[in-house]
Design a protein around this ligand. Structure first.
Ligand code: SF4
Ligand code: SF4
Length: 133
């Protein structure tokens, strides 16, 4: 396991914020727009939650990769588990990850459109069954 002393403060160099699960092509268009920006990624984690990641260094990290406010650092930092952090976790945090607009466009063509079509057909089938009942 890598210790925090050996690490370059990897967890202090990004912020991830939960976002709504994309459910239609408009939502996917928003994801395309987000990742077109520098230092922004979007991913789905192992719990199926969707997050937007801002790759940006915390202003409290010094040049030696030490927290300059260690004793009063936010609870979130204090409670972050080193044995399950982005460096030491057994599996990557992401199931799916997009760093570029092109990756999103490919995923829309390869996966999303087929999934949306399937859902639409299932909905039609349910409506037909309801009408026939
Ligand atoms: S918790 Fe993990 S990612 Fe953060 S500094 Fe320690 S080893 Fe690095
Ligand atoms: S406050 Fe300290 S521990 Fe928290 S992200 Fe910033 S540098 Fe890292």
């Amino acid at each position: 396991m890598i210790t925090c002393e050996e690490c370059k403060g990897a967890c202090c160099r990004e912020v991830s914020v939960e976002m709504d699960t994309p459910v239609n092509l408009e939502d996917w268009d928003v994801i395309k727009w987000m990742v077109a920006h520098e230092n922004i990624a979007v991913f789905q984690d192992q719990e199926n939650d969707w997050l937007v990641e801002f790759k940006t260094k915390c202003s409290k990290l010094d040049v030696k990769n030490r927290c300059t406010i260690y004793k009063v650092r936010p609870k979130l930092c204090n409670e972050y588990p080193v044995d399950d952090c982005i460096i030491n976790a057994d599996e990557p945090a992401e199931k799916i990850r997009f760093d570029t607009m092109e990756e999103v466009e490919k995923y829309i063509e390869d996966v999303v459109k087929a999934e949306l079509l399937k859902k639409e057909e299932e909905k039609k089938l349910v409506n037909t069954e309801v009408c026939e009942a």
